[in-house]
Design a protein around this ligand. Structure first.
Ligand code: AHM
Ligand code: MG
Length: 336
């Protein structure tokens, strides 16, 4: 039972038995993500100081530094997950191919693979706007003690055993699910401890926020264009309000708390949308569904999409159930 103010460490131990598989490895895995998140949080918070304190090769803080934090976060998560001996493979937005971890060793009993976007929305760092980490966890499908294979990563979202995100915002929060609802933990930076601040998070069924990059409007499918106009009409509870941070984790987090829909549809510049199925959309879709929300590509449930490649992109419509249903209705009616 989620108790407010419980620490994340206590929560993980207390809820270990409710996980689908109770060997304790999944708990250790979440624990290592918690640790890496704290390290990355520390670095992200220092981002604005790099120019002043003169950290490594920082002649141009603009594009350059942002690149470095992406790479830093990637290294920290991979290092932390590798050291703990829990996972047999990691796929990351920052790596072209997946990373195998001692998986050819026949004594290696690590059964989990992790897919991660170590620092999503990182172009926001230069301007002191929230960024996030997104993670997704599966059991491998190939036998233990054999080399991990692409098929271990190309699993449908519905097979996820856990997923979550960290938002490095005005407060840093870790939000995750193991398939038994969604809980959010806020970091007390003074003592480096995450506390349960948002037990049993749920999307309101309905909302009045739509989040989409309207700069791409002309490029959108007709169904999305019509939906946006519907949001702007003066009728019933409308017009809705538009909020778009350009940082998926933050936009999602706000919509989950307040009620809203996030959309990254396809367009001629992004023929399959922009966001990545395996480490951006699926984990968010799992959290959304666990929080009474919904996620689809406009027609098909996100977690039912059959993955064909590691860095695959899909259109992404995610948020309050009734709002996603409405977008689907428009897509069905007006299509592309
Ligand atoms: P990234 O993985 O390169 O950071 O891109 C993902 C980000 C999301 O966080 C955000 O929702 C989206 O890209 C914003 O894209 P755009 O600037 O095209 O609106
Ligand atoms: Mg990303």
């Amino acid at each position: 039972m989620a108790k407010k103010n419980q620490t994340l460490g206590e929560f993980i131990i207390e809820n270990q038995d409710s996980f689908k598989y109770t060997s304790g490895e999944l708990s250790r895995l979440i624990n290592s993500i918690r640790l890496a998140a704290k390290v990355v949080n520390h670095e992200v918070n220092k981002a604005g100081l790099v120019d002043i304190t003169g950290a490594a090769g920082d002649t141009n803080i603009q594009g350059e530094d942002q690149q470095k934090l992406d790479v830093y976060a990637n290294e920290k998560f991979i290092q932390t997950l590798t050291k703990r001996n829990i996972v047999c493979g990691i796929a990351s937005e920052e790596e072209d191919d997946f990373v195998a971890i001692n998986s050819q060793d026949e004594n290696n009993q690590n059964k989990y693979v992790v897919l991660i976007d170590p620092l999503d929305g990182s172009s926001n760092i230069d301007v002191n706007v929230s960024v996030g980490t997104i993670f997704s966890i599966y059991r491998r499908v190939t036998p233990l003690g054999t080399p991990v294979k692409l098929e271990d990563f190309l699993q449908k979202g519905s097979k996820q055993v856990a997923a979550g995100y960290v938002v490095y915002g005005t407060s840093t929060m870790l939000v995750y699910t193991t398939g038994y609802g969604v809980n959010g933990f806020t970091l007390n930076p003074a003592i480096g401890t995450f506390y349960l601040s948002h037990p049993n998070m749920t999307f309101p069924e309905d909302g009045n926020i739509y989040s989409v990059n309207e700069g791409n409007y002309l490029d959108f499918p007709l169904g999305i264009k019509k939906y946006i106009k519907y949001c702007q009409e003066e009728e019933d509870e409308r017009p809705y309000t538009s909020r778009y941070i350009g940082s998926l984790v933050s936009d999602f987090h706000r919509n989950m708390i307040k009620g809203g829909v996030y959309m990254y549809p396809k367009g001629s510049r992004n023929p399959n949308g922009k966001l990545r199925l395996l480490y951006e959309c699926n984990p968010m879709a799992f959290i959304a569904e666990q929080a009474n929300g919904k996620s689809s590509d406009g027609y098909t449930r996100t977690m039912d999409v059959e993955p064909t490649e590691l860095h695959q992109r899909v259109p992404f419509i995610c948020g309050s159930k009734n709002m996603v249903n409405k977008v689907e209705e428009f897509m069905q009616k007006f299509g592309e």
